[in-house]
Design a protein around this ligand. Sequence first.
Ligand SMILES: *[C@@H]1O[C@H](CO)[C@@H](O)[C@H](O)[C@H]1NC(C)=O
Ligand SMILES: *[C@@H]1O[C@H](CO)[C@@H](O)[C@H](O)[C@H]1NC(C)=O
Ligand SMILES: *[C@@H]1O[C@H](CO)[C@@H](O)[C@H](O)[C@H]1NC(C)=O
Ligand SMILES: *[C@@H]1O[C@H](CO)[C@@H](O)[C@H](O)[C@H]1NC(C)=O
Ligand SMILES: *[C@@H]1O[C@H](CO)[C@@H](O)[C@H](O)[C@H]1NC(C)=O
Length: 500
Amino acid sequence: MSQRPAPSLLLLFLLMIPGVCSQWSVSYSPSHICALKDSSVIMSCTYTYPTGHQIRKVFWTKTLEKDNGEHPDLSKDPEYSQRFQYLGDKQQNCTIRLSHVTLKDSRMYYFRFITNKPDGNWIGDPGVTLTVTDLQVESPERVTEGDSVRLTCKSSCTLTDRATFIWYRNSQPVTTGIIGNQLILWRVSRKDTGRYSCGVYGHSYRSAAVQLNIRYPPEKPVIYISPSGEIMEGDSVTLICISDSNPPAEISWFKGGMFVGSGRIYRISKISSDDSGEYKCRSINEHGEKYSDTVTLNVMYPPRNVSVLITGSGEIVSGDSVTLICSSDSNPPAEISWFKGGTFVGSGRIYNISKISSDDSGEYKCRSINEHGEKYSDTVTLNVMYPPRSVSVLITGSGEIVSGDSVTLICSSDSNPPALNFSWFKENESSAVGSGQSFSALQSGRFYCQAHNQHGSQRSDAVTVTGEAFINTLLYLHIIHQFGELIMMIFLFQFIMVLV
Ligand SMILES: *[C@@H]1O[C@H](CO)[C@@H](O)[C@H](O)[C@H]1NC(C)=O
Ligand SMILES: *[C@@H]1O[C@H](CO)[C@@H](O)[C@H](O)[C@H]1NC(C)=O
Ligand SMILES: *[C@@H]1O[C@H](CO)[C@@H](O)[C@H](O)[C@H]1NC(C)=O
Ligand SMILES: *[C@@H]1O[C@H](CO)[C@@H](O)[C@H](O)[C@H]1NC(C)=O
Ligand SMILES: *[C@@H]1O[C@H](CO)[C@@H](O)[C@H](O)[C@H]1NC(C)=O
C-alpha cells in the first residue's frame, strides 16, 4: 500500500505557497489562542489572492456586520487602537499584535483586505478565536496541621504558550513543591498559613491571593497579670490567657483546681485576700487542649484581727510564768511590738514573763505593723495576785492603857486580793486572841497580827502595849518608823508640851 497525503492536507500545502494556487484565502495559525490576561498576543496570519490584483487596503475587524457599508476597522476602535499593532505587509503577511489583553477581548477576530479591482475584497471567516484567561488559586476548604495540601493555579483554557507557573506565599516566591500548575505542600504546619497566589513566568499578572487556613490545637497558654508587681487588697486585677490556636480556643480559668470562670480575660474588680492563690487557664479547641503554668496571686493587706492571747486560764499569781501571744492577720507578715501602759516593753509575737510579780500588773497591748499599715490590739489587763506582805500593826492613841480604857490595834497589809481575814496573837501564846482588821487590847503585852488571803499569809512584827502612864519611847519610835514625818511632828509637839 502506498502512502498518500490526505486531500485536505495537500490543499492546505498548496494554499500556503503563494503563486502556486492563486485563490482568495486567509489562514490563521493557530486559529485558537488562549492568552493570559495582561499579556501580549501575536495573531499569526497569512493571506492569498488571485494574481493580477493589487492590495489597496488591509485591516482587522471584530465583527462580520458592516457599518456604513464596511466592517469597522479594529485599529480605529478606541478600545483597541492603543494596543493594536499590524506587523504584516500588503502582500501575504497579516500578522498582528494585541497587547494588554483583557477578559473582554475574548472573541473572534477577522482579517479583511481590499484590492484595486471591483469585487476584489475578502474576509478571513472563520477568524481567529482569542480566549483571555485569568488565574485562580484553588485550595481545599479545611486543612489541619499534618495534612498534605495541593493548591492548583487554574485558568479557563490551556495557555497556548508553554507556561511555567510561579507561586507566592504572602507575596514571597515559593520555590519548592511546584509541579505543573500545582503547588504541593507536604505535611503542612501552622507556619504554612498565608495568602497564596500564582502567576506565569515572564508575565506580571498574578492571581488573586487565597488564604490558606491551617487548623491546629492550642499552644501552651501564657498568663499575663495586670497590673504587674505587688497586688494590694481592693485593687482591680486582670488575668489574660494567651494561647495561639486555630480555630480560636475556648478559655477556662481555675483557682486551685476549681473552675472559676471562662473567657480570655478574667477580671477581679475588688480583690480580697480570699482571692490569693494559684491560678491557671485551659485553652481548648476541637484539635486539643493545653493548660498554662500556674501563676500565684499574693494579695497584700495591712494587719487586722490583732488580738492578745494569755496562756493558761484564770488567775495569775506572782511567781507564775506568763506568756502573752499576739495574733494578727496580715500580708506580708507583720512585726509585733508590746506595750505596757503605753511604754514599749518588747518585740516578737510572744512576750514571756518568766517569774511574774505584782510590778508586772497593768494594761498590755501589742502592735502589728507591716509596710501597708499598723494596728493595735485591744488592751488586756494583767492582775497579778500575791499573798499579804508588809504586814504591820498601827496603834491608835498613846499605846498606854489607862484604867477602864483599851488600846486599839489595826493590822495593815499589802496583798492582792486584799486580805479580809486577820488573826491576832499575843507573843508566846499559840492560840489567837482575836480576829478582824482591828483589835482592842485590854491588857498589856506584845501583840502581832497575821493577814490572810487565798494565796497565803504573813505575820507582822509585835508591838508593845503598856499598862504604865509614861511615854513608851520604843513604841513611839516604832510608830515613827511606820508613819514617817507626820507622826514625827505629832511626837515633837507632844514632847514640847510635856516640857512646857
Ligand atoms: C509575518 O511577519 C511577522 C512579523 O514581521 C514575522 O514574525 C513572521 O515570520 C511573518 N510570517 C511569514 C509567514 O512570513
Ligand atoms: C477579721 O477581721 C475581719 C474584718 O477586719 C472580719 O470580717 C473577720 O471576721 C475577722 N476574723 C476573725 C477570725 O476575727
Ligand atoms: C516562753 O515561755 C515558754 C514557756 O515557758 C517557752 O516554751 C518559750 O520558749 C518561751 N519563749 C520565749 C520567746 O522566751
Ligand atoms: C481565817 O484564817 C484562818 C487561818 O487560816 C482560818 O482558820 C479561818 O477559817 C479563816 N476565816 C475566814 C473567814 O476565812
Ligand atoms: C517570849 O519567848 C522568848 C523566847 O522564846 C523570850 O525571849 C521572850 O522574852 C518572851 N516574851 C515574853 C513577852 O514573854
